[in-house]
Design a protein around this ligand. Sequence first.
Ligand code: MN
Length: 207
Amino acid sequence: MRAQLAISYHRHDIPDRLRFGDSVAVDTETMGLSLWRDRLCVVQLSAGDGDAHVVHFPDRDYAAPNLRRVLADPETTKIFHYARFDLAMIQRHFGIVCAPVYCTKIASRLVRTNAERHGLKDLCSELLGIELSKQQQTSDWGAPALDQAQIAYAGADVLHLHALRRALDALLEREGRRPLADACFRFLPARATLDLAGWAEEDLFAH
Ligand code: MN
């Protein structure tokens, strides 16, 4: 285990040589929570090896060919926490369907039915014993350059998703809800498309 975590800062795309293997943790930072009003500012990635890549979009250049390739790669599972929001932002800005996905929030809701809270901070604390800071959550991600605190915060959001997935997979097995979780994960890209198409508030499955 290395003492120093490596968090790399990139602008507009990840480098050509970067590979993530069969799974990559992904998160995004935006100008706010509105799917249509607010723009995507940061995409963070980690292979689960303790390193994180923070890709900053200071302006509206979302060409990012290398990043698109990773996000749309059918051989690479993208691990998110609350994938529904990130997938909609990715669809809107890059015009791609990001799949296959794993969502730690959905997995937690399916198995930790005893728990009241399913936020990333709650999962890290309760399943991994790691305290995550949420101090920079509302900082200005659209700034021309990110400061060290923002880069460290953004990177930290993807460092623990692989470990959370392992912990939640064990619980999904124990409770026999693996098939249900997989069905939810497969539906997520369509859920994001529905949100963008105007069905964000309406429950399609309601009577
Ligand atoms: Mn985040």
